[in-house]
Design a protein around this ligand. Structure first.
Ligand code: NAG
Ligand code: NAG
Ligand code: NAG
Ligand code: NAG
Ligand code: NAG
Ligand code: NAG
Ligand code: NAG
Ligand code: NAG
Length: 765
């Protein structure tokens, strides 16, 4: 799934592969008997036995050779032959023939109309693309005439209604052509397309369904599902077909909603919007399984890549839908160009692509082909990935050698699971020389000389310098195993640490409590290298006691000393969990924050928490981060775990550690993952990724469907500006201004990300 997801952005040209022409239209069974007699009925028959509807099978000479209605037909009559299909079909053509009857027949239908019906609808009178209601029928008793329906009809019942201006006797045989329809059965657009002066971009093909949504919007099918993808500009003069719906920004406020309804619940793979030269700012897709509620956490958001700036081009906007299930799908589009055009919207649902093969032989070959194509592409991409990795690695090797031959090799080649993956990490020695000093600069900007002390005896004896490995990254487990691990994380967790360890730093001003003054209670949380316990400092001050796990003293001690340094630099701030001091073993005594980690709080809440709450949490977080930014402290490993909720339901952040050598992979900026760069700008990414998770009610993590390997690959691809690289898409819970800022946090170029100061501004209003 993940792999396909990455791919989808690449192969645009197969958009039409699933289009209506490919549905493999076939005769639905008037001739061959797939349609039973009971499914063929009529308004009346001249004689049930000899010319009843059961005789209306094309190319057959049954009884008297056709169906003939009882009365003669004139301009006022309504007689029909009705075919009741088992299911909803896409009917692409109707074929008719007169009555031959071994040479005795003289009757045929020269014109007819078509009425149809599908689940939930009334009878709808068919009108073709050029607005004709009257179809041309036969001109003799023998020749079958096939009328291609443009647009095709989505129906489960169809009536062929003979028509004649002058009174005449008619008889008819018929066949319907089509294929199983699995797609949209109704859609409604709010607002409707725009008409300005001579420019009419309304949905003029919309069927006359006489159906409306609760809010009075027409429901039915039209241009967006007619199977015709226009390739010419909407503004082209000789536009014979109504091919485009257009929305004008001034009349629509640049915001449109389209609701798509399906007959069953589908698992959607993706949706393709065939558009023309628009600047689409944001697309949100939200799903409803019961048809009534649209649970917020089902929402998928997507914004346009920067490349699509060509305003005179038709292109497909593809949104991967991550196999979300739904019976109704609402798509909200925000655009900032003058016009927004759509010619077609096409959904793909994976589950049913394979299922259809049982019922519909014609579709199976298409499905197989598709799978083959996808497999082929996957293989190709894997190959490219491997080649790319090898190239990068070689490049790094060369570069590294030329820079400093004394430094240990600058990369680690890793095997993850059974997939080889080659990634570049900086070696411990190089890192500790480069980054550690930078760390010191930032953390100890003012008191560099005096405050660095070295070494607690306990640590120095047992801790050796080790190169970083995959273990140095804190991997939230891949999606499969997440139930057990991810969401059961600790209250004030420290999940990460790092390899290279050089010295323990301690600031003299740090308050030190004798162990005898502490009452240490039960464990309230556990990180990868640390344990947090309840603690009461003698005299009644409740706190959180954080110590390293025995076997992880290297990482834990480094992490804790970094944290100590950062917190000392921070001083007291209402939105940052306070450091009270340390005990004799330099374990940390931290502020005890009432409700612990915001994620646990969110997950424990049975009802979705409202946007107001989210905004408030974000505001608190950005206040804290703007403060850190102002005093030059890099947090370094921000995740939702670092957001704690106090008794007033305000947030405090915890555990700033500075630019250290470890990563919370899923939340880290690409430069942090690949190059170990940790700055305020990489913090901006990490905080935005955490906001993303909260905006999804903590039920969808960033890159939810990506394995760790894919996240690293994706980070490489992002830094390499590859078009298939993916960034998290912020859902539209926030207002436009905030959304724009948060979206900018996921820019690859750090300089384009906003500062925390800028980010905080809109939250303060
Ligand atoms: C329609 O349904 C009947 C039973 O309800 C079944 O026997 C028949 O094969 C179905 N016809 C088609 C075309 O699927
Ligand atoms: C036409 O001929 C066939 C075979 O001879 C016969 O079964 C059928 O009843 C005839 N139909 C009519 C309308 O006479
Ligand atoms: C609509 O139907 C009329 C009458 O059958 C036909 O002449 C015309 O070509 C049809 N238009 C399209 C687009 O199929
Ligand atoms: C109009 O529609 C028909 C049938 O779909 C197509 O063959 C034709 O090329 C279209 N014309 C234009 C100008 O798009
Ligand atoms: C959708 O997918 C889920 C798991 O991927 C599966 O359990 C469910 O049955 C699927 N539903 C449909 C309607 O295909
Ligand atoms: C897109 O085009 C507009 C106007 O032609 C230009 O101002 C803008 O910078 C372009 N954006 C990109 C990303 O190329
Ligand atoms: C925009 O797209 C059209 C059609 O694909 C192409 O002919 C034109 O060269 C493109 N313009 C730019 C600036 O890319
Ligand atoms: C046409 C088809 O196979 N539709 C199926 C889509 O998936 C749902 C759930 O698996 C089935 O109930 C439909 O029959």
């Amino acid at each position: 799934m993940q792999i396909v997801l990455v791919l989808l952005a690449i192969y645009e040209t197969t958009t039409n592969a699933l289009r209506i022409e490919q549905c493999g239209a076939r005769e639905l069974g008037m001739q061959n008997g797939d349609i039973f007699d009971a499914q063929i009925t009529a308004s009346s028959s001249f004689d049930k036995q000899s010319v009843g509807p059961q005789n209306a099978r094309l190319h057959s000479e049954l009884a008297s050779g056709a169906w003939c209605p009882k009365p003669q037909i004139n301009s006022k009559s309504y007689e029909f032959l009705q075919v009741t299909l088992n299911d909803t079909f896409l009917i692409t053509a109707v074929e008719t023939q007169g009555r031959y009857g071994n040479g005795t027949g003289r009757e045929f239908v020269s014109h007819y109309m078509i009425d149809y019906l599908r689940t939930g609808s009334q009878w709808i009178r068919y009108k073709n693309r050029t607005g004709h209601v009257l179809m041309d029928g036969n001109f003799d008793t023998t020749t079958p005439v096939i009328r291609t329906l443009n647009p095709p009809i989505v129906a489960s019942r169809i009536r062929i209604v003979p028509a004649s201006k002058s009174t005449r006797t008619v008889c008819m045989r018929a066949e319907v052509h089509g294929c199983k329809h699995d797609g949209v059965i109704y859609y409604s657009t709010a607002p409707d397309g725009s008409r300005l002066d001579t420019l009419d971009f309304k949905d003029n093909l919309f069927e006359d369904s006489q159906m409306y949504t609760e809010s009075g919007i027409k429901r039915g099918l039209g241009l967006l599902t007619d199977g015709f993808v226009a390739h010419t500009s909407p503004f082209e003069k000789n536009q014979v077909n109504d091919s485009w719906i257009g929305w004008n920004r001034d009349t629509t406020d640049g915001h449109i909603n389209i609701l798509f309804e399906f007959e069953d619940v589908h698992n959607f793979t993706d949706v393709v919007l065939a558009t023309f030269g628009n600047r689409i700012d944001q697309i949100d897709v939200i799903f409803s399984q019961d048809g009534k509620t649209f649970p917020f956490f089902s929402q998928i958001s997507s914004s346009e890549r920067q490349s699509a700036n060509n305003t005179s081009r038709r292109y497909d906007f593809r949104v991967p839908l991550h196999n979300r299930a739904g019976r109704k799908v609402r798509i909200s589009i925000r655009f900032s160009s003058d016009w927004m055009f759509l010619t077609e919207v096409h959904f793909t649902s994976a589950a049913n692509l394979t299922l259809t093969s049982e019922k519909m032989p014609t579709a199976s070959s298409a499905a197989t082909q598709q799978i083959a194509v996808i497999c082929g592409i996957i293989f190709l991409i894997l190959l490219i990935c491997v080649l790319y990795c090898i190239r990068v690695c070689l490049k790094r090797i060369r570069k590294n050698k030329s820079v400093d031959s004394n430094v240990k090799k600058d990369l680690i080649i890793t095997h993850m699971g059974n997939k080889p993956a080659c990634h570049v990490f900086q070696s411990s020695s190089k890192l500790s020389n480069d980054h550690y000093e930078i760390a010191n600069d930032i953390v100890y900007a003012r008191s560099q000389k005096s405050t660095l002390l070295s070494v607690s005896s306990k640590s120095s004896s047992s801790c050796r310098q080790m190169p970083p490995t995959w273990n140095n990254f804190n991997f939230p487990p891949p999606p499969d195993s997440k139930e057990e691990h991810v969401y059961s994380q600790p209250v004030s967790p420290e999940n990460s640490s790092n390899g290279s360890y050089r010295s323990i730093r301690k600031v003299p001003a740090l308050k030190k409590y004798p162990t005898s003054a502490l009452l240490i209670g039960k464990s309230i949380g556990e990180g990868k290298f640390t344990i947090i316990k309840e603690c009461i400092i003698f005299g009644g001050l409740k706190c959180a006691h954080k110590s390293t796990k025995e076997k992880d003293c290297v990482h834990g001690t480094r992490a804790m000393s970094d944290e100590t340094a950062c917190l000392l630099k921070c001083g007291r701030h209402p939105r940052i969990a306070e450091l009270y001091g340390v005990d004799e073993s330099y374990n940390l005594l931290l502020e005890h924050v009432e409700y612990g980690c915001v994620r646990n709080f969110w997950l424990a809440s049975s009802a979705p928490l409202d946007t107001e709450f989210l905004v408030r949490i974000c505001k608190d977080v950005y206040i804290a981060m703007a403060y850190l930014e102002s005093i030059n402290v890099v947090h370094g490993h921000f995740t939702p775990n670092n957001i704690l909720l106090d008794s007033n339901f305000h947030a405090k952040i915890c555990s700033p550690r500075g630019p250290s050598h470890h990563a919370q992979l899923r939340y880290s900026a690409p430069e942090s993952i690949v190059n170990n760069e940790f700055t305020h700008k990489s913090d901006a990414w990490a905080v935005a990724a955490s906001v993303y998770e909260m905006a999804y009610q903590c039920r969808q993590r960033p890159y939810e469907e990506f394995t760790n390997e894919l996240i690293v690959d994706n980070a490489c691809a992002l830094l390499d500006h590859q078009p298939n690289a993916i960034v998290p898409m912020m859902p539209t819970v926030f207002n436009y201004e905030i959304l724009q800022l948060l979206t900018r946090c996921f820019r690859v170029n750090q300089m384009e990300r906003p500062t925390f100061h800028t980010l905080l501004e809109p939250f303060q209003n």
